[in-house]
Design a binder for this molecule. Structure first.
Ligand SMILES: Cc1cc2nc3c(=O)[nH]c(=O)nc-3n(C[C@H](O)[C@H](O)[C@H](O)COP(=O)(O)OP(=O)(O)OC[C@H]3O[C@@H](n4cnc5c(N)ncnc54)[C@H](O)[C@@H]3O)c2cc1C
Length: 509
C-alpha cells in the first residue's frame, strides 16, 4: 500500500478549498479533487456574485437580511462573524490580485438580488463570477510553492485515532493511497445530486459530509434544502441550467398562464413578490405547476441583457430558447444545501483536526434558508478561518497503526447497475423531500429507501482489488453516500413536524 505524509490535506478545489489551501502557507499542503480539472464543483457555475456589505453602515443591515432570509434559525453570532469578516476577505481577495467588475464611475458595480435590502453583490465577468474566481484560484494554487495539486483522485474515508484525525484514504489510477496528516480540511461542496434535477454538477454527491459523519462529526439540518425557483425547464435531468436571481433583481417578472391562456404575473404570497425569499417563490412556482399551469421568467425588458447576463443568454440559447424574444419556462430545482457538517467559527468539527468548510458545512450562517450570494462569501471567510486555525493547531504525532477501512475492502455493486440505483434514490428523495413535504409521503419515502438500500447491499458482489478502476469505486461510493444523505434528509424532514424556511410541510404549514 502507498503511504504519504503531509502537513495538511484539503479535499475539494471549489472556492472554499482553494482559499484554504492558499492560506495554509507555509504548511506543505496536498490539495485534491476527484474531477479532471481544478475548476470544479459548484463554484464555476455561480453566476450572481458574492455578497459583501456595501459600506460600514451596511454591515448591520446585511446581518439582518441574512438572519431574516434564514427565518431567524441561523446562529446570530456566526452570522455577525461572517459579515464582519467580509471586508477583510474582500481585501484578501484584492491582495491576491482578483478584481470584480467596476462601473463607469470607477467604483465597484454592485448588483441587487432577492431579499437583499441594498445593492451589495459584487460580480466578475458580468454573470460569470464563479467561473472567474475558479480560473483565478486554479492558477494561484498551481503557482503556490507550499501547495501540491492533484486531480482525478477520490477521497474515500478518513482515518482517526484517539487524538483526532490521522489521515485520509484516497483512490487514484494506481489504487489505494493513505495520506497521513493531523489536519484535514473537507471542502467537498453540497449534494444536489441526491435530487433528479439540480443546478449542481455531477460531482456534488456529498462525499465529504458522509466521510465526516462516519468519523464522528455531527450532521445538522440535512432537511434544509434550497430549491431555486428558476431552473430553466428542459427535457434534461441531472444538472439543469439556472436563470440567476439577479435577472429578477433587474426587473424580470415571473408570469403564468391563466385559464383564458393569457399570461399574467404569478401571485407570490410575499410583500417583495418575485424578490421574496427563495423558498416562498419556489413554492409558488411549484404549486402553480402542480395545478397544471406553466410558469415563465420574462427577461425581455432587461436593458443590455446580453452584456449584463451573457451566461443566462447563452444557456437559454443552448437549450433552444431565444431570451430576447420569448419568456423562458422555469421549474424549481435543488440548488443549495443549507445543512451539513456542524462546525464552529473556524470550520472545526467535534473530531480534532477535521475542518469542514463551504457548502459541505453547516456553520450556522444560513439558518433555514440562504440569502443569495452569501455562500461564496462563506467559502472565503471560512476558508481563511479554517486555514488559520489549522496552521496554529497542536499536532500530536501519529503513532497508532492505521487499518484499512471497511469501504476499501469491498465488494462493490457492478458498475453497469449503479446508475439504476441512483435514479431510483433521486426520485424517492424528490417525491418525498421536494419543495412541499408531508408526514405520510416522508414515511413512504423512508420505507422505499430501506428496501432500496437492502437491494443495494445484496447487489454488492464485485470484489475490490488493485485492478478496480477509480471510476467504478467512485461511482459506488458516491451512490452509497447519496443513499446515506437521502435517508438523513427524509428522517430529519419527518422529525421536524412543522414548517420552517425552506422546509415546508403541507400537513403543518
Ligand atoms: C448554478 C449555481 C449558481 C450559483 N450561484 C451562486 C452565486 O451567484 N453566489 C453565491 O454565493 N453562491 C452561488 N451558488 C452556490 C455556490 O456556488 C456554492 O455554494 C459554492 O461554490 C460551494 O463552494 P465549495 O468550495 O464549498 O464547493 P464546490 O465548489 O462545490 O467544490 C467541491 C469540490 O470538492 C471536490 N470533491 C467532492 N467530493 C470529492 C471527493 N470524494 N474526493 C475528491 N474531491 C472531491 C469536487 O470535485 C470539487 O472540486 C451557486 C450554485 C450553483 C450550482
Amino acid at each position: 500500500m502507498r503511504i504519504e505524509a503531509w502537513d495538511a490535506v484539503v479535499v475539494g478545489t471549489g472556492l472554499a478549498g482553494m482559499t484554504a489551501a492558499l492560506a495554509l502557507s507555509p504548511l506543505k499542503t496536498l490539495l485534491i479533487t476527484k474531477t479532471d480539472t481544478l475548476e470544479s464543483g459548484s463554484t464555476p457555475w455561480a453566476q450572481g456574485g458574492v455578497a459583501f456589505p456595501a459600506d460600514e453602515q451596511d454591515i448591520p443591515v446585511h446581518i439582518q437580511d441574512t438572519l431574516e432570509a434564514g427565518s431567524h434559525a441561523g446562529n446570530q453570532a456566526v452570522v455577525e462573524f461572517l459579515i464582519r469578516q467580509a471586508p477583510l476577505a474582500l481585501s484578501w481577495l484584492e491582495n491576491q490580485g482578483f478584481s470584480f467588475d467596476h462601473g463607469v464611475d470607477g467604483q465597484y458595480d454592485r448588483g441587487q438580488e432577492g431579499s437583499h435590502s441594498r445593492r451589495r453583490i459584487l460580480h466578475a465577468g458580468g454573470d460569470a463570477t464563479g467561473a472567474a474566481l475558479s480560473r483565478f484560484f486554479a492558477k494561484k494554487v498551481t503557482q503556490a510553492s507550499h501547495v501540491s495539486v492533484r486531480t482525478q483522485i477520490f477521497a474515500v474515508d478518513l482515518a482517526t485515532d484517539p487524538y483526532g484525525v490521522s489521515g485520509v484514504w484516497l483512490w487514484d489510477a494506481q489504487g489505494a493511497l493513505l495520506v497521513t496528516t493531523r489536519r484535514v480540511i473537507l471542502a467537498t461542496g453540497g449534494w444536489g445530486q441526491v435530487f433528479p434535477r439540480t443546478t449542481a454538477p455531477v460531482e456534488a454527491t456529498g462525499d465529504g459530509a458522509v466521510m465526516a459523519f462516519r468519523s464522528g462529526a455531527d450532521l445538522r439540518d440535512p432537511e434544509m434544502i434550497q430549491f431555486h425557483p428558476t431552473g430553466l425547464e428542459t427535457t434534461k435531468s441531472g444538472q439543469v441550467p439556472l436563470l440567476t436571481e439577479a435577472l429578477r433583481g433587474e426587473g424580470a417578472p415571473l408570469i403564468t398562464a391563466s385559464h383564458e391562456k393569457d399570461l399574467t404575473p404569478l401571485t407570490i404570497p410575499h410583500p417583495l413578490g418575485a424578490l421574496g425569499p427563495r423558498d416562498t417563490v419556489a413554492r409558488a412556482v411549484f404549486l402553480r405547476r402542480q395545478q397544471g399551469f406553466g410558469v415563465w421568467l420574462d427577461v425581455r425588458s432587461i436593458p443590455h441583457l446580453e452584456q449584463h447576463f451573457p451566461t443566462a443568454v447563452s444557456v437559454a440559447h443552448q437549450s433552444g430558447f431565444n431570451p430576447l424574444q420569448e419568456p423562458l419556462p422555469v421549474i424549481p430545482v435543488a440548488h443549495y444545501i443549507m445543512g451539513g457538517v456542524k462546525t464552529n467559527r473556524s470550520g472545526g468539527t467535534r473530531v480534532p483536526g477535521l475542518y469542514v468548510i463551504g457548502e459541505a458545512a453547516s456553520s450556522g450562517v444560513h439558518g433555514a434558508n440562504r440569502l443569495a450570494s452569501n455562500s461564496l462569501l462563506e467559502c472565503l471567510v471560512f476558508g481563511l478561518a479554517s486555514a488559520n486555525a489549522a496552521v496554529h493547531q497542536v499536532t500530536p504525532p501519529i503513532v497508532t497503526p492505521i487499518t484499512t477501512p471497511q469501504r476499501l475492502q469491498g465488494p462493490l455493486v457492478p458498475l453497469q447497475e449503479i446508475e439504476r440505483f441512483r435514479k431510483q434514490l433521486r426520485d424517492v428523495t424528490y417525491q418525498s423531500g421536494g419543495p412541499v413535504r408531508n408526514g405520510q409521503e416522508l414515511q413512504d419515502g423512508l420505507n422505499q429507501l430501506e428496501k432500496l438500500t437492502q437491494e443495494w447491499r445484496r447487489s454488492a458482489v464485485v470484489p475490490l482489488s488493485d485492478q478496480t478502476t477509480r471510476e467504478h469505486l467512485q461511482a459506488f461510493i458516491e451512490t452509497d453516500n447519496l443513499l446515506v444523505l437521502s435517508r438523513q434528509i427524509l428522517r430529519a424532514a419527518l422529525a421536524r413536524g412543522s414548517s420552517l424556511g425552506a422546509h415546508y410541510r403541507s400537513d403543518a404549514p
